[in-house]
Ligand binder design. Structure first.
Ligand SMILES: [Zn+2]
Ligand SMILES: [Zn+2]
Length: 328
């Protein structure tokens, strides 16, 4: 727990006395995944050091909540549970009423909806709690539970990478197709260049994914944590679909601009909302790449419009530039 120790040091005022009891309690707490009752934590701590009193543990729990290390959650059982928020992304819960286990998930669509409602009512949301109570698969069917558990941080990074990889793949497909159909040589080179870049990024993301899997042999088979209905990969797929209908060079660039802009916004918007985590970094880095592609496409769009204008000027034809360049 080296990173947790460093994190604790950063919270401690300079020169303040180290509280070894508190450190022990915090470290034991941070090693747990899931949602602990205060009693469970007391048992764990007393197992490690029986001289630590229940009162000290309760006080430290409250201190962790105040310091933002722990989150208090109420699953309607008449007592609170605690989960750590350090490197643990915000999420919603599925709660089984039979076995009392809880399962975490995150959904960008639900978050957007909450934001939409709050904004329509001019409400400044600070926290939202979503709980789905019912019966889990294992309790319902008697089947052994799937590879549940695992560090949420890893699940989050896994799902963020899966989304980024899917987007990258459909981006690659889009640019490869656009390069094949573009007649303007310079425009074609741009699409080829972007296809090359997507291919390279795809390789990097896939490597990162493989590295992540090494941290947890069961990671691939664990249930989905991050749900995205309107994921950005749909954008490029729709763009590629438009290309098949046959478009001119300018339209192809404009479709690319729309895709990259949508993708950039999507990854940036969600990346910024996540708490500090690998998943957040994956989203924000990806958003940056998409912004760079967007900038390149806009430059090329403008250059193409100018070339076409100059060409039609030479021919003495008057051709009104099509709307759209300024919107780029
Ligand atoms: Zn259950
Ligand atoms: Zn939770």
């Amino acid at each position: 727990m080296d990173s947790a120790a460093t994190f604790l040091d950063s919270l401690r005022p300079a020169g303040s006395k180290r509280s070894s009891k508190r450190d022990l309690i915090v470290n034991v707490f941070l090693r747990q995944e899931g949602h602990l009752t205060a009693d469970t934590l007391v048992e764990l701590i007393r197992g490690a050091d029986e001289r630590i009193s229940r009162a000290t543990i309760y006080r430290t729990l409250q201190w962790m909540v105040d310091a933002g290390i722990a989150r208090k959650v109420d699953f309607g059982e008449g007592r609170f549970r605690f989960e750590h928020s350090y490197r643990h992304p915000r999420h919603f819960h599925l709660i089984c009423r039979t076995c009392n286990r809880s399962f975490e998930f995150l959904s960008s669509d639900i978050e957007s909806l909450i934001e939409e409602v709050a904004s329509a009512r001019s409400f400044a949301p600070r926290q939202s709690v979503l709980q789905i109570h019912g019966t889990c698969d294992a309790c319902r069917t008697g089947r052994p539970p799937l590879a549940e558990g695992g560090a949420t941080e890893l699940l989050f990074a896994r799902d963020a990478l899966r989304i980024a990889i899917a987007t990258e793949r459909s981006g690659l497909d889009f640019y490869a197709r656009a390069a094949r159909m573009t007649k303007d040589p310079r425009g074609r080179r741009v699409f080829e260049k972007l296809a090359e870049e997507e291919k390279e990024h795809l390789g990097t993301l896939e490597k990162r994914y493989r590295e992540l899997l090494q941290q947890d042999p069961q990671l691939e088979s664990r249930p989905t944590f991050l749900f995205f209905k309107g994921a950005a990969n749909g954008l490029f797929a729709a763009g590629a679909e438009q290309l098949t209908k046959g478009v001119n060079d300018r339209d192809a660039l404009m479709i690319g601009i729309k895709c990259e802009r949508g993708s950039h916004r999507f990854f940036k918007r969600y990346g910024e909302k996540f708490e500090d985590s690998e998943g957040k970094r994956i989203f924000l880095e990806f958003a940056d790449e998409e912004r760079a592609h967007l900038a390149l496409l806009i430059r090329e769009y403008r250059a193409l419009v100018q070339r076409q204008r100059a060409r039609s000027g030479r021919r003495g034809k008057r051709q009104r530039p099509r709307a759209g360049a300024s919107r780029a």
